[in-house]
Design a binder for this molecule. Structure first.
Ligand code: SF4
Length: 451
């Protein structure tokens, strides 16, 4: 059941700005920095937002639009900004993401970069990659996908074909990225994970400030993505638009497997099957044991989750995979909401949940938190699952919130929330069951000590 109500005004949209997604993707490249072509406010907002979630220092430069540049164009300030960045950071790559303002005035950042390269020819410039990220046209997830695609398009080069695997994981947590890398290693695979911000956005203690934090996908590995045997792209919506995996398939004949975000047994099985094919060996015993433990926990916790209604919100990929996971454990994802306006969410949910109609699921696209609150009030789910932006509704309606995805501003460890594979799903399942138990315990007149 899709609710299409046109709100009078957007109140706290369930999406973030598109360049933010591009900044996140560029943080997953070794030696990269990002500059926003627009006003300083955009860079400040993105820095603040991401630092609050990842609890790591994060530099985002800006071409610093003023009133004059907004009228006459920002060619000069972008070139000056690039000069400064190169001088201070000596980066291997600079990601240039446009903002609402530069897009609105029609500044052609691609042409500016072309002129810049011509003017500075012979100066050993870093790789420059431009991505169009008008926030009024897309969400942070769109900005992320575009940056991944533009980077691969710019760097992939035909060389010697090999047996490596490209893994393009989508917007997962650093902890998820580490789990995926560890799994590929246990399978004995040669692989390229892109983007990989598992270290740049969740690092250890440094002696001093690192202008370019260690970690990230090396540029050579990105060049070699053209020669891999297969690309595994995660995220249901990845099948819909132009993606890096589709580009590699079209230009270099790299086979592509498009899979859902591996949350839960079914979705993780699909991911493991792809790794089995790529590695030419059966799933290692370690993962069979993790799978067994996950299923056993489903059995143990079934009575607490069966038939329980939930509201899920966030970026499309997470919402679809989370809803499928809830369906797998016997819960009902009664409200599924995303800020993405592309009109794909209901179809993706229909594909992911076999008895979609019988479950009477309310799907909210292009949603803000006002609309989500109305739906949650009407349906009265027992739990909410999504970013900490849902906290106000959770508090107002007294419905517990399981924080996951991005952003998590009001808890520690946002970078270490596990969502994927058998191990991550296990942690997610335990958190959901425990949140329900905690709520039942707090609201029980007698209280209880045993579950
Ligand atoms: S003006 Fe646009 S690009 Fe800048 S922060 Fe706001 S939504 Fe993002």
């Amino acid at each position: 059941m899709k609710t299409k109500e046109a709100p009078a005004a957007v109140t706290n949209a369930c999406k973030l700005c598109s360049p933010l997604g591009a900044v996140l993707a560029f943080k997953g490249i070794e030696g990269a920095v990002c500059i926003l072509h627009g006003s300083q406010g955009c860079a400040t907002y993105i820095r603040r937002y991401m630092i609050s979630h990842y609890k790591e220092p994060l530099d985002v430069a800006s071409s610093s639009f003023s009133e004059d540049t907004a009228i006459f164009g920002g060619s000069f300030t972008l070139m000056q900004g690039l000069d400064n960045l190169i001088k201070q950071y000596r980066p291997a790559l600079i990601g240039v993401a446009t903002t609402c303002l530069s897009e609105t005035i029609g500044d052609d950042a691609g042409r500016i970069l072309h002129d810049y390269k011509k003017e500075r020819a012979g100066q050993g410039l870093p790789v420059l990659i431009k991505v169009s990220t008008a926030a009024y046209k897309g969400t942070h997830a769109d900005g992320f996908v575009s940056a991944v695609r533009e980077t691969v398009e710019a760097l992939a080069k035909k060389g010697t074909k090999n047996d490596s695997v490209n893994i393009f994981p989508g917007m997962l947590s650093p902890e998820d990225l580490r789990n995926i890398k560890e799994t590929a290693e246990v399978f004995g695979l040669r692989y390229t994970l892109f983007p990989d911000y598992s270290e740049t956005l969740d690092a250890g203690q440094w002696g001093g400030y690192e202008l370019l934090p260690p970690g990230g996908t090396p540029l050579e590995a990105l060049t070699d993505t053209a020669n891999a045997a297969v690309t595994i792209e995660l995220g249901n919506s990845a099948g819909q638009g132009e993606t890096a995996g589709k580009y590699l398939q079209k230009e270099f004949g790299v086979k592509r497997a498009s899979l859902p975000v591996p949350i839960g047994v079914k979705a993780t099985d699909l991911f493991m099957e792809e790794l089995e094919k790529a590695a030419g060996k059966q799933i290692p015993d370690k993962y069979l044991k993790e799978r067994g433990r996950l299923i056993d926990s489903y059995v143990d916790g079934h009575k607490y989750v069966f038939g329980v209604k939930a509201a899920v919100f966030g970026e499309e990929d997470l919402v679809v995979s989370m809803a499928a996971f809830l369906d797998e454990i016997g819960m009902i994802p009664s409200v599924c909401a995303s800020g993405a306006p592309a009109g794909k969410l209901e179809n993706l949910l229909r594909e992911a949940i076999p008895d979609f109609d019988a479950k009477e699921i309310t799907v909210l696209e292009d949603a803000d938190f006002e609309l989500i609150e109305q739906a949650v009030k009407k349906i009265s789910p027992k739990i909410m699952i999504g970013s900490s932006k849902g906290y106000k509704i959770s508090r107002k309606l007294n419905i517990p919130l399981v924080r996951c995805g991005f952003p998590v501003h009001d808890r520690a460890g946002g970078a270490r929330i596990a969502h994927v594979l058998y191990k991550g799903s296990q942690q997610l399942f335990d958190r959901i069951v425990n949140k329900l138990l905690e709520d039942a315990q707090e609201n029980s007149a007698a209280g209880f000590s045993y579950m």
